[in-house]
Design a binder for this molecule. Structure first.
Ligand SMILES: *Cc1c(COP(=O)(O)O)cnc(C)c1O
Length: 385
């Protein structure tokens, strides 16, 4: 593949297999693991990631939009289950039904449209009824359920009740404990209502990574796992709780992603000079700097100005001055022999040192989810080991 990009991303297949093995062990037997690959597979590259996950034993994928479903479908073929958890307009729903793509239904007009399309296509729509349990985003309110039940029963030739689901509003934080508890109770209430109405979903599913780890009972028939498969705990709180509970000290997950660029220019700067735009960095002594061709348009947040770190020649060096659109400058005064073309690690290991996504995103005030998904999709991604 020809690429003239100024940085590239490496994805470790071994790390993915390691994480999935860990998760398979942790998640109860017979619980399906759905690999959540929205947001360009959390920045890992959906087209590259999904076949890799498939090779590692995944056969169920969750996405946000029909567009992402199409990506999974085209990169892995039609042998996997693909589930749209969010947006799909009417003609996308038609494509979904035609191709056995499953989808969340959270309002009556989508339910009615699904039936209409299923009749037209002479094919059942595989729907997951989403319940509003307290997040106040998408989902049917409890009082709408009698109507939903009536429609599902009347149209059982056109609708398959593939799932009953909900999503928790922040299971990663103990501060939300009561809200999550209430959501779990509301889900059970909705399930009971459906069952009293004579309906039973093929799959009951509510858990994201944090819920699956913190509240194992939420795993039910399927866990929709995003961040953990990429090697990150949803936040530090969940990691610390896990380590404490298991009485271990080592993070059981491995990062898949490494992000690399190279040195574009090296030059000396005299004492008393400002470096970069404006006056945010003043050289207090004679310095040596390196210019790296990666900036905020490439996913290196502007909030890392004068605070980010990268690795060069096995040493950790600081970003100095403002992060530009396409460049950063770093202080290499203490690093020997840096020259044009040398490897620069923005995320990942070099020698004995490592820049993790969490340190990266803590400095820049982004959660790891945001930092990862902001990595532009046009950075070339390659699989290693
Ligand atoms: C993103 C998402 C998940 C996965 O969340 P993680 O915290 O990454 O595991 C699960 N369910 C829904 C509805 C989501 O939107």
């Amino acid at each position: 593949m020809t690429s003239f990009k100024t940085s590239h991303i490496e994805i470790s297949k071994n790390a993915l297999q390691h994480n999935l093995n860990f998760l398979r062990n942790f998640i109860h037997d017979n619980v399906i693991i759905s690999s959540v690959v929205k947001g360009n597979a959390y920045g890992h590259g959906i087209d590259l990631f999904t076949p890799l996950a498939e090779e590692c034993g995944i056969d169920h994928f969750s996405v946000f939009s029909a567009d992402e479903a199409l990506h999974v479908y085209e990169s892995t073929g039609n042998q996997n289950t693909i589930m749209i958890m969010g947006y799909a307009d009417n003609h996308e729903l038609e494509w979904a039904i035609e191709n056995d793509i499953e989808f969340f239904v959270f309002e009556l007009s989508r339910l009615e449209k699904s039936i209409e399309l299923a009749k037209k296509l002479k094919k059942k729509a595989k729907v997951h009824i989403e319940i509003e349990t307290g997040m106040n985003r998408t989902g049917f309110h409890f009082k709408k359920l009698p109507k939903v039940i009536e429609i599902l029963k009347k149209n059982s030739d056109y609708i398959s009740f593939s799932g009953l689901c909900t999503h928790y509003a922040g299971a990663e934080s103990i501060a939300n404990y009561y809200r999550i508890k209430k959501q779990r109770a509301n889900y059970q209430k909705a399930l009971k209502k459906m069952e009293e109405g004579g309906l039973s979903p093929a799959l009951k599913h509510t858990a994201c990574s944090a819920a699956a780890l913190r509240y194992p009972k939420t795993q039910m028939d399927m866990a929709r796992l995003g961040i953990v498969q990429y090697g990150f705990f949803p936040n530090k709180e969940v990691l610390i709780e896990y380590l404490t509970k298991k009485k271990v000290t080592e993070n059981p997950l491995k990062r898949l992603i490494t992000w690399k660029s190279k040195v574009m220019d090296v030059k000396p700067v005299k004492t008393g000079e400002f470096i970069g735009y404006g006056t945010s960095f003043l050289a207090n002594s004679d310095m040596k700097i390196a210019v790296i061709p990666v900036g905020y348009s490439n996913g290196f947040s502007r909030s890392l100005s004068n605070s980010g770190r990268v690795l060069i020649n096995g040493q950790r060096v600081s970003v100095i001055g403002i992060v530009n659109m396409n460049m950063i400058t770093v202080d290499i005064s203490q690093v020997e022999d840096v020259k044009k073309g040398d490897e620069v690690v923005l995320i990942g290991k070099q020698g004995d040192l490592e820049i993790g996504v969490s340190s990266f995103s803590e400095i820049s005030n982004q959660v790891n989810y945001e930092m990862l998904t902001r990595l532009p999709s046009d950075i070339p991604r390659i699989v290693v080991d």
